[in-house]
Design a protein. Sequence first.
Lengths: 153, 675
Amino acid sequence: MKTLLIMALATAGSLAPLSAGAAEMDAKQVTIAAKALGFATPKAPAGAKVVVTPGAAPVAAVQSALSGASVGAGDAGSAAGAFAVFVASADEAKKANGKGTITVGNDVACVEAGACVIAVETTPKVTIYVSKAAASAAGIDFDPNFKMMITEK
Amino acid sequence: MRYKNTYSSTFVILLMMAAAATSNQSAMAQSMDYGSLQDLFGEPVTTSATGKPQRASEVPAAMTIVTADEITKSGARTLPDVLNRVAGIDILQWSSTNADVGVRGYNQGYNPKLLVLVNGRQVYQDFYGMTLWSSIPVQLSEIRQIEVVKGPQSALFGFNAVSGVINIVTYNPLYDDAGSADVTFGNLGQREFSFVKTLKLGERAGVRLSAGGWNVDPYDTAKSQQVSGFYDDKSVRRTASLDSIVQITPDIQGGFEATWSRSDEYNMSPFGSNLRGKYEVYSFRGNVKANTSIGLLEANAYTNRLNVDLITPQQFSYLSTKSNVLQVQDLVKLTDTLTTRIGLEYRDNSINDKGVERQFDADTTTGYKNYAISNMYDWQVNPNFSIMLALRGDRTSLYYDGVRPYPFTSDDYERTFNSFSYNGGIVWRLSPHDSLQVTAGRGIGSPSLVEISNKSAGVPSQGSLLIAGNPNVDPSVATSYEVGWRHTIDEIAGFGRLSISHQKTTDLKFLNLSSVQIINGYPTFLLGDNLGSSKAWTVEAELNGKIEAFRWNLSWVWMDTKDSLNIANVLIGQNYEKSNARNTVKGNLGWDSGLWTTDLMLVWKSKTYRYFDNGSGSQLVEVDPGLTAQASVGYQVTPSLRVSLSGANLLRDETQLTSAPKAERRVWATASYKL
């Protein structure tokens, strides 16, 4: 019993730094994020490099949603030259950010902190959040009509 | 010379926009990619409520969007048949092909109260002030969606958005891959073809081509000899259009559109008499959109031309009208939550009347120039509450070229008047499933060209009775207030909706061929006269859902109308208290499974009464169609080939749909091949 309690506390402690929105993206969120990436400028080149960091999203789901991209698991340190990096935390996003790289997650706080470029929500309805500061730092812009329909932070 | 100046101004503005746009090369200029945005947000998107891109569920307006999928499954072959499915839309099917469309009552022959657009270009004709639905140069298979906005929308769309606006959005040749060849055969000798194809010209350009037409016999039902003279010829329609878009730079798109159509069909006049019209319509439009540091700039310049051979019980007339329009707008996201749109519009509308039997060598031209400025603000106060306010001011100056416009003088046409319109709305999301919508609007119905036109050819003899347009006619003004509640129902993937609205229209305009007025000593009938007002309460309830293979939509509309007219109804051929249906119930049920689609549309309307002149004077005719049905069954034979069997007026051999001759049961088969 004592062992179980320690394990539970340890598990809770390991989750504490993550906000509720930082749970791994589900397949629907990945699909929406992939569609949102389609409104970015510059566009993803054929075979664009996309990195999925641990705990950010199922790699297979990302590959399925971005069929024209070269998707691989990796940490934020391997994001150099990537078109997009799926991240699980603001810290990872900060490490992954670079010129031409779009950091994507489902944690709105990450966008509010200016760390992630895009965060997506799918319930109760599809909502896209974009950090203007992070997008600008990455040299990324979006379709002007798309920008009218999303929440910019 | 007048038009030359217009085009020069357009060119200068386009150059200015290009200069502004090239100062910012960081992003891209885009016309809206409806398909991708709909795919992203999981629902149709639109710009027709505020001018800015929005999801259908978030617009501060009473809006219904009919999708391409719904059009296909309906089996309908005309735009009015498609629109008949929408709650609050009223169709007056005068003949096998010709119909008038109204929103929340007040429908009539040559209905002037509904503004109709194709991709933002007006296809409403300023001639009598009406929409010739058969002349709209659009094939059903090139339509992405039809946006129906109910209530006055003049602050956003300008004149004649009085009872509402319908914007037909077609596939974009730069973003969409669309193509279809359709043939239709049916009873009443129906022979119809339709062709649509988008073509990509490299990475930066696209063209959409479309053409189509039909030949359909009239209903072979009882009618007087006089009516037969107008009614019994075959209805003919031919249309063609070309639409192109070029991505000039990453930040600038340019577009050019040319359209042509010709139609020959039976019409109902505004006062209930028979007409036979041969209409030739063509248009040219240039368009530039630029993403700039000062917002999303857009300039539109277009010209609409209409040539009419019109046969009335009294005479044969040949007329032509022109509308030259220049619009410039800037859409700016001022802050993360505040968006504004500033718009300028110049319009020159004129009618050239060659007179009865083309007897006049000296043409007369009557028209008006209109200058407008508009401004819209959309403020997302918080995630659950938004406010929209739009204001527009118009300054209108009449003009007349020709000999003295008896009984008036040229000075009478030196008239200028101002009009003001507004739209306001709030959307309050009460819970994840409930939203409350409160809207108000003031719409302006401009005098039509016929209402102000004059076709004097010389000095009339003293005491002779004249029929003349009226330069002193005022625009009609409609105000509307509406409260609506919408509840999404996850269990049926649908929604319930309830709304209550009140509308009032003042300075209603009518053709007044009964009250002789003495003007400058001449007894005169006026083609346009302000003769009172009318108001109505409307309740709309709608339930929409889908469970597995079944989809349905059920709606009920109740109206209570009160007229205050200054003239006997029979003299103007209108009685809105009697012609607005008290109750209208529509039910749509569809079942889709595998390669099969089925669709059943039932409509029931209360008994109404309409004036109709069958050759022996205007009489009030009882119209009691009871329950009517449209249905369609479709089968996808191959991935490219779809066939369908459809019908209308299916429940009886003959149905009294309007005051015109009864409608027959119709059946048609369509084969559609995807190109």
